[in-house]
Design a protein around this ligand. Sequence first.
Ligand SMILES: Nc1ncnc2c1ncn2[C@@H]1O[C@H](COP(=O)(O)OP(=O)(O)OP(=O)(O)O)[C@@H](O)[C@H]1O
Ligand SMILES: [Mg+2]
Length: 492
Amino acid sequence: MLARVRSAAVFGIDAYLVDVETDIANGIPTFATVGLPQGAVKEGRERVYAALANTGFTFPLKRITVNLAPADIRKDGSAFDLPIAVGILAATEQISPERLGRVAVLGELGLEGAIRPVRGALPVALATRAAGLEALVLPRENLPEAGVVSGVRVLGAGNLAELADFLDGKAELTEASVDLTALFAERTRDDVDFAEVKGQAHAKRALEVAAAGGHNILMIGPPGSGKTMLARRIPTILPKMSLEEALETTKIHSVAGVLPLGESLVARRPFRAPHHTISDAGLIGGGSYPRPGEVSLAHSGVLFLDELPEFRKNVLEVLRQPMEDGVVTIARAVMSLTYPARFMLAAAMNPCPCGYFGDTQHNCVCGPLGVERYLARVSGPLLDRIDLHLEVPAVKYRALADQGGGEPSEAVRERVDRARAVQRERFTTRPGVYAVTDRDHTPRALGAGVSPHSQDRAHHRRSRGSGLARIAARERGDPVPQPRPPGIGVRE
Ligand SMILES: Nc1ncnc2c1ncn2[C@@H]1O[C@H](COP(=O)(O)OP(=O)(O)OP(=O)(O)O)[C@@H](O)[C@H]1O
Ligand SMILES: [Mg+2]
């Protein structure tokens, strides 16, 4: 007997449908999986065997062949356990094949027949909808994540017996019902705010300019001056995410397996702060089946490199290409994958190893050579890509003890939004000029024929700062600076 179960696998941040064909023939008992299965898929045989037996089904002692079509793409992960088990049940007529043709199935099996969560549920739900299938059955824990996709029924099963009853038409499964608009509104609230930062008016202003233009920023200052604190609050002044952006970002987090269980949508701009011992594969993405790295997890948000000179040099160097292109391509012998990586880079460092060079309250013990060596750990080309270099001096005790809070993030965000609107309006008709848009908060080309030359780069950065300058001038009642021709910097 032959059975065909629809399933799906993730490739990059998208998914494609996979047909799991199971053939059961007479002969010496064997269980072969073909179609380029990798480690976890091959091991699935043992889980399927135990899960079927422990759920009370009969495991056929015959010649079983499972084919994963298309057979020329490597398949990894444990999500094929469930479709393989269902295929065996259908091929041995232990369940009815009637409902099978209209649903896609995926999930990992436990030995006792429980269905465990898998990575990439969101891209799979999108692929199922695109293929015109009626429903998707996946682990119950993945319901909140896959449930944000409308236009396809998303059903959750807790164990193999429940799924078998559903396929036989004896019972129904839990269906995801997610009110996307309400969820989106609730999730966009931030848990930190700029109002908590005392003093540091110039630093806040610089971060506002950086947010308005999607500029990368480097903060230099003594220990405890609030660099990390300021950086954590950058996402709260960036424009709110659009639903489209949120879905794209969620797809990356889902594929990487970092979306917390029960979490359905990344609706706040990500803030990723990898530790400085990170490897280049951790930052850029990697593994034999390449997974997204920190640059992709920070997509549409902020990548924060705290203690910048402590990062290994080769790790920082790999950042250069994704910072330019907004995508990162990871090539391995098996396959080459491209992940989005459009982020705003924020970095922080002390001015010298002891941290107090230039500080008015402490003496620096490093000496000029020590300071120079420390600063030289960050390469020139990387610094060239960081538009704003900002000194963050320590705040005086009196200012810290002051009860009055600063301006809330929401007020700053409003100005940033308006600055971006100005940029969009100004640059839509100017081909070859970068401007931040609603979709990406970082620079992108508006119009055709853009070449990312370093000269262009410098000019585009200057242009992007000017929207905010005009708004600030208007608020102060000063004359409003007009856009200047290329090559002349715009200053506030
Ligand atoms: N301007 C400020 N307003 C309120 N609290 C502040 C301010 N600056 C610093 N702090 C407090 O000091 C703590 C230390 O600040 P933070 O960790 O951001 O310093 P840092 O500049 O990153 O230091 P390091 O160089 O040692 O990493 C913060 O958690 C915060 O509680
Ligand atoms: Mg810090």
